[in-house]
Design a protein around this ligand. Sequence first.
Ligand code: NAP
Length: 285
Amino acid sequence: MGKILNGKELAARLNSELKNKINLDYQRTGVKPKLAAILVGDDPASKLYIRIKRKTCAEIGIDSILINLNGEVSNAELFTKISELNNDITVHGIIVQLPLPVKFKPFTLEFIEQIDPLKDVDGLHPINKGKLFDYNEEFVPATPKGIITLLEFYNIELKGKHVVIINRSNLVGKPLIFMFLKRNATVTICHTSTSNLENHIKKADILVVAIGQPDFITKDKIKEGAVIIDVGTSRVNGKTRGDVKFDDVFDKCSWITPNPGGIGPMTVSFLLQNTYNAYKRKISE
Ligand SMILES: NC(=O)c1ccc[n+]([C@@H]2O[C@H](COP(=O)([O-])OP(=O)(O)OC[C@H]3O[C@@H](n4cnc5c(N)ncnc54)[C@H](OP(=O)(O)O)[C@@H]3O)[C@@H](O)[C@H]2O)c1
């Protein structure tokens, strides 16, 4: 019988602790943390994600500003906007909401490289990616940080475990490689060109799936007693669905994240935590 890794509950607790810390720092310094979000174009999903992030910021005492540029801006204008935010001493964290509209996609890395690494609260700047290579987790993407924190909170043993991750993106799979290695797990990364994917899944003590395909993971595919982390999200008939057929696998796994209510809230929480860390570093200078 599976047990729930309750990301929603833990995120609420972490947010409340963070709110108290921010309040104390604000009383002491008169300065509030501030997050700047750049949104290019009007993709509805991106707009929704930004709205959720800003709402949670407001709840815990982080100021946020939204710079919504229309999809017709030039690369130069976008670079200029990022530079302005780098130079704005009231801004502690900067995010560029991804994915960018098609015309900007080839330049995504160039835009990210423009962000001051000390304000890179999405953890995507090459300097922060490089630090993670050396197991320095000061600025890592929020989703992997949320996954590891949730596992550690529930005392799930990672040392010696075989972790299988189905995803190799910069936001999820790649950072997780280093974070699990740091904790002495053995890691297998799978993607669309992986041969015999089912054989890999079957060997996972801990399975992380982030592909955006509803019900992809079923009972017959997993190992008895596996820990299942369901990251992928899709909208089906107006409802959010994960990559795992929850009711089907529940009896066979040992632990599982619900989706929604698992990794999503943890991700938002760690974006805010990263923003607080950037702020804390600044006010401690
Ligand atoms: N809950 C949250 O807070 C949260 C946060 C981040 C992401 N997500 C969700 O997680 C999913 C992934 O996000 P992302 O930004 O990492 O997306 P992405 O860049 O599109 O990555 C998807 C990954 O899944 C792999 N993949 C897709 N279909 C597969 C299949 N049938 N078999 C094996 N591998 C497959 C892809 O392989 P290739 O590399 O070969 O294409 C790729 O590595 C999305 O559904 C996203 O909405 C949720």
